[in-house]
Design a protein around this ligand. Structure first.
Ligand code: LLP
Length: 430
């Protein structure tokens, strides 16, 4: 419990006990459960806003664009809340472009990342007037040029540099080392810039790198930035200007004992490396904006003692939150109604209903005893939670709720069983 208490005290978290009830801001999670059932995601708008404003504060009066990496949480109400604060978006698909547009984020505040942009996606992004593509290969650059000419819209571009820096995070979410599929090595990148600078339908606007995710120490980012600045300077000497310096995303959050810098400190650290350059800073944070803003709330269905272990079986599973199953990720777990004696803990396996052995939220976790029908909150689930959820085992997508002080509203309703088969219906035999 010390870990959890520590997290509640120091995290970017609006999840707190009030009179023994776990609340999101001022709303008891049990009140939401009573109205919409379980499982559901609850998000604190205050946490989202504060994280965004911390980035903003870090930049101070420097020109900047905070482009929310919408992949972390794609709900348009969350994106809209950020748009109202001035956020742009880092997008990686035409679906995300659409989501960002509906949320009210203007095209000229969007960057398009990813190694596999399709023709349809490139065309749509050009028509939306995005600020630039983060280009990841010579062939992609050539295709963007062809399509830009075809639709008669000049394409803004940045080359994503692979700086070959170890971000010291989970290997599945590190991206900036030579052996990863992402970005372009420095020498090759210089070559691409030289090529792009001569093309009528391309406009070199920026330079980018993104080295990975859940990075809790700022030194890998600083090292990567130093390398990118060298490339930028070299380009400048050749007359190729990169007005936007895009440092990617990747700042981590507290899941248990991590101690990442606040976004404002993180940003200041990066600006120290660069000094006073005449450019626009771009950053693409995802997890650090929404991660600690969200919890997945579920209900205990059954308990059983089996094979020397105690299982607590809940009604949410890897279809709702897959991070523990695929990254062995730790998420804090709390009872929604505080235990009578919170120091009385025993080990349990928290598992979901899905037919997979990895459908588990916690292994051998010290928790207070749960009774049948008790509510449980899986915390720090605002990023890559709902966004990575699926219909596996034909489970409907669960609702999402946005809390604002003492009020809350459903920002995505529960999917219906009929909607699960809606795409197939017309193919049913007569
Ligand atoms: N920019 C680019 C180009 C990215 O690929 C990502 C994340 C971001 C920005 C945002 O990174 P963040 O600030 O959220 O760290 N599903 C994994 C995380 C995958 C991250 C993918 N790219 C997880 O659940 O940990």
């Amino acid at each position: 419990m010390t870990t959890i208490q520590n997290w509640l005290r120091n995290g970017w978290s609006e999840f707190r006990y009030r009179s023994g009830e776990l609340c999101c801001e001022e709303v008891p999670l049990s009140a939401i459960a009573r109205e919409i059932g379980t499982p559901f995601y609850a998000y604190s708008s205050k946490t989202v806003r504060e994280a965004f404003l911390s980035y903003k504060q870090g930049f101070g009066d420097r020109r900047h664009l905070i482009a929310y990496a919408i992949k972390a949480n794609e709900n348009i109400s969350i994106a809209r809340l950020l748009a109202e604060l001035g956020a742009g978006a880092d997008i990686v698909s035409v679906g995300q472009l659409y989501r960002a547009q509906v949320a009210g984020i203007p095209g000229n505040k969007m960057m398009y990342s990813g190694v596999g942009k399709t023709d349809r996606e490139i065309r749509a992004a050009l028509e939306a007037g995005i600020l630039f593509f983060n280009v990841e290969s010579a062939e992609e650059l050539a295709r963007i040029e062809e399509l830009a000419e075809e639709v008669h819209i000049r394409a803004g571009i940045a080359i994503r540099i692979n700086p070959d820096v170890d971000p010291k995070t989970h290997p599945y979410i590190s991206t900036g080392m030579r052996e990863h599929k992402f970005g372009v090595e420095i020498e090759a990148a210089l070559d691409l810039y030289r090529r792009a600078a001569k093309k009528e339908w391309l406009e070199v606007r920026g330079i980018q790198c993104h080295i990975g995710s859940q990075i809790t120490d700022s030194s890998p980012h600083r090292e990567a930035l130093a390398r990118v600045l060298e490339v930028r300077e070299k380009l400048g000497r050749e007359g190729i200007e990169t007005r936007y310096l895009d440092v990617g995303g990747g700042l981590g959050i507290r899941y248990s004992e991590e101690n990442p810098p606040a976004p404002s400190e993180f940003v200041k650290g990066l600006m120290d490396v660069a000094g006073n350059l005449d450019l626009t800073w771009v950053i693409e944070p995802g997890r650090s904006i929404v991660g600690n803003a969200g919890a997945l709330v579920c209900q205990v269905l059954y308990r059983k003692d089996h094979g020397g272990k105690r299982y607590t079986i809940v009604d949410a599973g890897m279809n709702d939150l897959i991070r523990p199953a695929i990254y062995d990720a730790f998420h804090p777990i709390l009872p929604v109604n505080q235990a009578e004696d919170p120091t009385q803990l025993s080990p349990t396996e928290v598992v979901g209903p899905i037919c997979e052995s990895t459908d588990q939220f916690a292994w051998d976790r010290m928790l207070p005893a749960f009774a049948q029908r008790d509510l449980m909150a899986v915390l720090a689930a605002g990023a890559y939670g709902s966004a990575m959820s699926s219909n596996y085992n034909a489970k409907p997508l669960c609702p999402e709720v946005l809390v604002e002080g003492a009020s809350w509203r459903v920002i995505r309703r529960r999917q219906t069983i009929e909607e699960l088969i809606a795409l197939e219906r017309e193919y049913l035999a007569p």
